[in-house]
Write a protein that binds this ligand. Structure first.
Ligand SMILES: C[S@@+](CC[C@H](N)C(=O)[O-])C[C@H]1O[C@@H](n2cnc3c(N)ncnc32)[C@H](O)[C@@H]1O
Ligand code: SF4
Ligand code: SF4
Length: 267
């Protein structure tokens, strides 16, 4: 037990930090979010408002995930942001950072010294596999860095595809995006909105402002966790019917495609 009396443990929460990316993966599941907001960077003031809201609400986030929508190591506030998270670390269990690895050799030490509870998940794209400089870091920090070999990606749903709802969402919220807390959805909801010609910002039921008690709204708006109380809420929205986050429930071999670093035309 730490110095705060936590009323609510939140299993996981995503921080969307920037859209920039050196790659342009054809099947990037975050592609539409990057396309709609190509210049996006989470500001430090927005991060602070979020962390303060968690502290003041008595929330403890078991896993704080930093994974996009682009490449987190290109976030203009990376070090300052991690240092800020460190000052609120009593509200957070583990910080999971996903990276394409390109800047890992130059930033790894700074990341690890900035945040005491960080775990790095390194996407194993073709340029990383067998790379000496990457191997130096994975050998040096075997408990901190996990290599995720990526040969297959899961196709993005096409406009005409329709999946059953309710579904167990594979890429759920809550997700901090700028000054908004998306309660149910992760980045794939932007692709679903594209498929349905919906302006997502007009869908006020999807998000709330970042304020004390924001997670209480998550519960009040009728969201149910699955029967193991795990990360995947059971959701039923029009958007789920054509979302990548639902397509995982209908995964067949022909939906898994060879990963390609090019061709997305996202940003
Ligand atoms: C969107 S990326 C953001 C972080 C970083 N740019 C990277 O590539 O690791 C987060 C994770 O989602 C994975 N991902 C993205 N699109 C995917 C897809 N269509 N199928 C499977 N995994 C995907 C990436 O490989 C990465 O591990
Ligand atoms: S999956 Fe590819 S394009 Fe998407 S954010 Fe990661 S490296 Fe960039
Ligand atoms: S499957 Fe539904 S809840 Fe999950 S991200 Fe997509 S639209 Fe949101």
């Amino acid at each position: 037990m730490n110095e705060y009396t936590h009323k609510i443990a939140i299993k996981q929460c995503k921080l969307e930090v920037c859209s920039a990316c050196q790659n342009d993966c054809k099947y990037c599941a975050h592609g539409y979010m990057k396309k709609f907001y190509p210049d996006y960077h989470l500001e430090l003031s927005q991060l602070q408002t979020f962390l303060e809201s968690c502290l003041n609400s008595g929330y403890f986030i078991e896993y704080l995930t930093i994974n996009g929508p682009g490449e987190p190591l290109l976030w203009k506030h990376l070090e300052a942001g991690l240092n800020m998270i460190e000052t609120y670390i009593n509200c957070i269990g583990t910080v999971n950072l996903f990276t394409n690895g390109i800047l890992l050799p130059s930033l790894c030490e700074a990341i690890i010294t900035s945040c005491s509870k960080i775990k790095i998940f390194l996407s194993g794209y073709e340029y990383n596999v067998g790379s000496e400089s990457i191997k130096n870091f994975t050998d040096k920090y075997p408990d901190l860095i996990t290599f995720l070999p990526k040969d297959k990606f899961v196709l993005l749903p096409a406009k005409r595809e329709v999946y059953e709802t309710p579904c167990e969402c594979f890429c759920p919220g809550p997700m901090l995006f700028g000054d908004k807390m998306f309660l149910f959805c992760g980045p794939p909801v932007f692709g679903a909105a594209f498929n349905l010609n919906i302006d997502i910002i007009s869908r006020f039921e999807l998000y709330t402002e970042v304020k004390q008690g924001w997670f209480d709204e998550y519960l009040e708006r009728g969201l149910h966790l699955d029967n193991k109380n795990n990360y995947r809420p059971v959701v039923s929205m029009d958007l789920c019917s054509c979302c990548w986050g639902n397509s995982y429930n209908h995964l067949s071999e022909d939906r898994k495609v060879i990963h390609s670093l090019n061709g997305g035309n996202w940003c």
